[in-house]
Each structure stands twice: as structure tokens, then as C-alpha cells.
Design a protein around this ligand. Structure first.
Ligand code: 3PG
Length: 388
């Protein structure tokens, strides 16, 4: 695909699809990471002498309706603060013409009829606003919607922005041609939501580290007692296949030899360390144990590439967060090319303050997961179809 940086933008009308879908509560923005991550592309287009229209969705509004919670005004305000200029919101973009040097934000695209359905009409209406369409919304690249897909069919030129290109570059480096050994950490509450990822990675990884409910299902598959721990008994055969496949390739799925258990899920529940063989029928596993964490840290130290999605324990309760902390610090200390993504993972990155020590942190949630699944992201595919 084309990259925005390769294009001549002086005097051009540039329409940038960003992912400014940030948490907003009562008009107050929680985490503005995605807004910050979108600025380099906007700045570069303005500096090249373009007029810039930015568009994004916010939340999941009902199409054709507009509620106060759908308003992108707080996002425009924060974007303006961060860029040191005023950013106006354009509510009705029909007939709108942007001037060189101007920067505006279109109102929440998901309120437009045809956005979710990816209609050609809406794609054409967006395309009519610009000379160049730039997709910089990696976080929304797994959605084929009018502002991510149809518009790219009809715009005179369609290209990837800096963030989009950077994300694809980093993810490609981690998964398409990884420096070995490749270690993936896939953790979280359910195997079912990450089964495709586990299956896809089983063809690639040297080590698969599992955690949380996913590890419990894998422990079941290996015949261990897990008490009342969260697990999916119906996916034990799938877990067995993943383990067998990786071992057949000479890799390993190092399962916890010790765990941290509690009797109930509560912030004040005392943490008890047990060998996996000592887990009782009324125990619940909430974290990996210290011996396991130390062993995994050694694996991470010698990795060439690390892909991290999901905390290995209930890290929101400090007494069950040690495993995730050891893993986070080991990733931070490892010379490997490391990449982290997904909501819970980013919360752990923030909690243990290792953002500067991870090689790349993805802004994608669902898009990051679908990339790990090996799926084609439709918003990227259409840019590729539009050629280089
Ligand atoms: C995200 O937050 O993952 C993206 O912005 C996509 O949002 P969506 O899941 O509502 O399509």
C-alpha cells in the first residue's frame, strides 16, 4: 500500500481516519493514548501544507441517532490542547470544503447512516471531501465500515498514515519474520475468546506461555487438579492439540509448577502459594507461583521476540499480581523485540510502569487480536488493493 509520507500533500485536502475511540465519561477523557498516537500523522499532513479533516468513531452509538455521549467535542478539545490549536467539530459535512492549513474533526462517524453497513453512498460522500484519504486507524482496521473501507475505494488516492504503517511494521516484525526464539504470552480468562490465536501461534512459537483461565484449561488438559478455578472443560481437547503441536515442533508450553490460590474472588482474599500437585478441590488459582514466574523470566530473557497479550493473574488485586509483575519486568529487561497489546495488557504495562521498556505497544484491541489470529484486516486489505 501507499504511505502518506510518500505523497505530495501541498494544497491538498487530506481526510484522515483516526481511531480516537477513547474512554469518555461525562465529557471527561480517561486515557488519551490513542489521541496522542494520532497526532504525528495529522501534524505531518499540516506541515506538508494540506488542509486536514480528521474523522473517527466514538463508542457504539445507534446509527442515525445522536446522543450527548456520542459527541466527539471532548476529543476535539483534547486534540486541540495537545496540538496547541483550535480543532472545530463539523457536525454536517455535506458540502464542507477544508482550506489549506485548516484542521477540523468530523462528528462521530458511527452516527452516520451507512457507516456500519459500509455503504458505497457514504463512502462516496466521505471521499468527496478529499484529494487524499489516509487511514491511520489501526485500532479499527478489523472493521469494514464506510470510514475505514468504502471511502478507500472511492477516494482519488488512499494511503496509510504513520501510526497504521508503524503498527503493521511492528506486528509484521514480531510475527511474520520474528527473531527466534519467539515467545508468546497468551493469557486471560477464557480459551474460547483466544482459541484462534492459540491455534495460529502454535505453528509459529518456540514457547507459548499461558496464564489465567487459559492456563487452567491447559493444566486440566495435562491432567492436573485445578479445584474451583475458572476453566473451560469443553476446550480441553483443543488445549491438548495446541500443546502437542508446539511440542512436535520442538517448542514448549511451560505450564505452572506452582500457583497462588485463594478460596474466593475478593480483593481482601489472602494469597497462598501451592505446588500444582497440592491444589485442593475448593481452591481457585489466581496467579502463577514464584518458582514458575522465575522460570518464565529466564525464558523471556533469552527470547528473540516476545508477543504479550494478557495478564497471567488477577493483577488488579496486588496479592495476585506478582506473577504478572515478574513477567512484565522480565519483558522490560529482555533484549528481545517485544510487542504488547490489548486492554488488560496495557493496564498491566501502566501499573508496572514498563511502557518505555517494551519495544512496541499497539493501540489496537480487537485489531491486535485479529492480527495475532492471522486474519486479514479489511481496512488494510483495501489499502493494498488500491496499490502502491
Ligand atoms: C476498539 O476500541 O477496539 C476500536 O476502536 C474498535 O471499536 P469497536 O469494537 O466499537 O468497533
Amino acid at each position: 500500500f501507499r504511505k502518506m509520507t510518500e505523497l505530495e500533500l501541498t494544497g491538498k485536502k487530506v481526510l484522515i481516519r483516526a481511531d480516537l475511540n477513547v474512554p469518555v465519561k461525562d465529557g471527561v477523557i480517561g486515557d488519551d493514548t490513542r489521541i496522542r498516537a494520532s497526532i504525528p500523522t495529522i501534524e505531518a499532513a499540516l506541515q506538508a501544507g494540506a488542509g486536514v479533516i480528521v474523522m473517527s468513531h466514538l463508542g457504539r452509538p445507534t446509527e442515525g441517532e445522536f446522543q450527548p455521549a456520542d459527541d466527539l467535542a471532548p476529543v476535539a478539545k483534547r486534540l486541540g490542547e495537545l496540538m496547541g490549536r483550535n480543532v472545530a467539530v463539523v457536525n454536517d459535512f455535506n458540502g464542507f470544503v477544508v482550506k489549506a492549513g485548516e484542521l477540523v474533526l468530523l462528528q462521530n462517524v458511527r452516527c452516520n447512516k451507512g457507516e456500519k453497513k459500509n455503504t458505497d453512498e457514504l463512502g462516496q460522500a466521505y471521499a468527496a471531501l478529499c484529494d487524499v484519504f489516509v487511514n491511520d486507524a489501526f485500532g479499527t482496521a478489523h472493521r469494514a465500515e464506510a470510514s475505514t473501507h468504502a471511502v478507500a475505494k472511492f477516494a482519488p488516492i488512499a494511503a496509510a498514515g504513520l501510526l497504521m504503517a508503524g503498527e503493521l511494521d511492528a506486528l509484521g516484525k514480531a510475527l511474520k519474520a520474528p527473531a527466534s526464539p519467539l515467545v508468546a504470552i497468551v493469557a486471560g480468562s477464557k480459551v474460547s475468546t483466544k482459541l484462534t490465536i492459540l491455534e495460529t501461534l502454535s505453528d509459529k512459537v518456540d514457547y507459548l506461555i499461558v496464564g489465567g483461565g487459559i492456563a487452567n484449561t491447559f493444566l486440566l488438559a495435562e491432567g492436573h487438579e485445578i479445584g474451583k478455578s475458572l476453566a473451560e472443560a469443553d476446550l480441553v481437547e483443543n488445549a491438548k492439540r495446541v500443546i502437542a503441536k508446539i511440542r512436535a515442533r520442538g517448542g514448549d508450553v511451560p505450564l505452572p509448577a506452582d500457583v497462588v490460590i485463594g478460596k474466593q474472588f475478593s480483593p481482601t482474599e489472602p494469597a497462598v502459594i501451592k505446588a500444582i500437585g497440592d491444589v485442593a478441590a475448593d481452591d481457585m488459582i489466581f496467579d502463577i507461583g514464584p518458582d514458575t514466574a522465575a522460570r518464565l523470566a529466564t525464558v523471556l530473557k533469552t527470547a528473540g521476540t516476545i508477543v504479550w497479550n494478557g495478564p497471567v493473574g488477577v493483577f488488579e488485586f496486588d496479592q495476585f499480581g506478582k506473577g504478572t509483575e515478574v513477567i512484565a519486568r522480565a519483558i522490560a529487561a529482555s533484549p528481545a523485540f517485544s510487542i504488547a497489546g490489548g486492554g488488560d495488557t496495557l493496564a498491566a504495562v501502566a501499573k508496572y510502569d514498563i511502557a518505555n521498556d517494551v519495544s512496541y505497544i499497539s493501540t489496537g484491541g480487537g485489531a491486535f487480536l485479529e492480527f495475532l489470529e492471522g486474519k486479514v484486516l479489511p481496512a488494510v486489505e483495501i489499502l493494498e488493493q488500491r496499490g502502491a
